[in-house]
Design a protein around this ligand. Structure first.
Ligand code: UT7
Length: 328
């Protein structure tokens, strides 16, 4: 007999990341901007971020993170490669088919654009396709090179964003299995599309930080609470809150509103900054590598970003060993 809590579903079996090796500290960012380490640390929780070299693009980071996730799962292939990114290598074609080919795969491959919510959107699409039988194994990659779209002279964005990639491998299993993606929930409000945008004809990202901040706190709280409810979890059941790493103060506020104690908040923003679509898998990999999340732990994922878009997921951690790569 299988009950409602044991059905066919998608299971996370591997976790991989890739960070550029170049570290840019707050002091370095402050050299040509009217800001300083103390302000950046206090207002965002960020101490340093990573930046790719000129010859490295989103696709390169995505390939390395994707290969790492496959290795983590002990698999050599999959039949879907889904790349969530705001910074594809070209406007056309999508970057995902190139990533798949570099991994030696003739898999279905496409990009997904949901800005900082991209990973949760990708997780939802990948898990849904597996559950529907449209694919058997899906590599969901979040990769972004914001250094290519951030204005180095804009102190409200230049201090915040970093480059990176993270990926999970999803496979068909049961919702009672470790690693199960139990529930996801997505939303958007396009009336706020100008709050985070590359204006028409422009090259650089602009962000109305204060407005985004306020909406992020409210929306992430509601969305996280809603998906936990769908999974039948009380907040006391949640072992780790893995939110999009936009600002430590946002994560702290959301956790407080949810009634989650600070020790359940996963954060690596101090070391990597806001890595957009890569943010959640990078934070999760750090927590897993440090033993802060263990097999069977209940993870509450939530993200908010440009679009405006948001999404949350209730995932039971599989205990997969993360594979963490570094590239130039
Ligand atoms: O990832 C996608 C979603 N993105 C987010 O969720 C980002 C959400 N927003 C934020 O994280 C924050 O709004 C920022 C970190 C972007 C900005 O921090 P804030 O505490 O909201 O600052 P603010 O924009 O309200 O500005 C406060 C003051 C202003 O000066 P005045 O007008 O009070 O004199 C700014 O000009 O801080 C100033 N300021 C800075 N000062 C030093 C803004 N950026 C800086 C800076 N260094 N880098």
């Amino acid at each position: 007999m299988t009950g409602p809590s044991d059905r066919v579903g998608a299971v996370v079996t591997g976790l991989g990341t890739c960070l550029p090796q170049t570290v840019v500290t707050n002091d370095e960012v402050s050299r040509h901007l009217d800001t300083d380490h103390a302000w950046i640390h206090r207002r965002t929780g960020i101490d340093r971020r990573r930046r790719v070299s000129a010859s490295t693009g989103t696709g390169d980071l995505a390939v390395a993170a994707g290969a790492a996730a496959l290795k983590s799962a002990g698999r050599d292939g999959c039949d879907l490669v889904l790349l969530a990114t705001t910074t594809p290598d070209r406007r056309c074609p999508a970057t995902a088919p190139w990533v798949a080919s570099q991994l030696g795969l003739a898999a279905a491959a496409f990009d997904l654009s949901a800005v900082c919510s991209g990973f949760v959107y990708g997780l939802t699409v990948g898990a849904s396709m597996i559950t529907a039988g449209a694919c058997d194994r899906a590599l969901v990659i979040g990769a972004d090179v914001y250094s290519s779209i951030v204005d180095p002279d804009d102190r409200t964005t230049a201090v915040v964003f970093g480059d990176g990639a993270g990926a999970v491998l999803l496979e068909r299993g049961r919702t009672s299995d470790p690693g199960a993606v139990l529930h996801t929930e997505l939303g958007s409000d396009g009336s706020g599309d100008e709050l985070i945008t590359i204006p028409p004809g422009g090259e650089h990202l602009t962000m109305q930080g204060r407005d985004v901040y306020t909406r992020a706190v409210t929306t992430m709280t509601e969305s996280a609470r809603s998906v936990a409810g769908k999974a039948g979890w009380d907040m006391a059941d949640v072992d780790a809150f893995v939110g999009h790493q936009a600002n430590i103060r946002i994560l702290t506020s959301v956790a407080k509103r949810l009634g989650l104690p600070p020790e359940r908040v996963v954060s690596n923003i101090a070391d990597v900054g806001n890595t957009a679509a890569a943010s959640i898998p990078l934070a999760l990999a750090d927590a897993a590598a440090q033993g802060r999340v263990a097999a069977g732990d209940r993870l509450l994922l939530t993200a908010f970003g440009g679009g405006l878009t948001w999404g949350s997921a209730a995932v039971v951690w599989s205990g997969a060993e993360p594979v963490q790569e570094v590239r130039a």
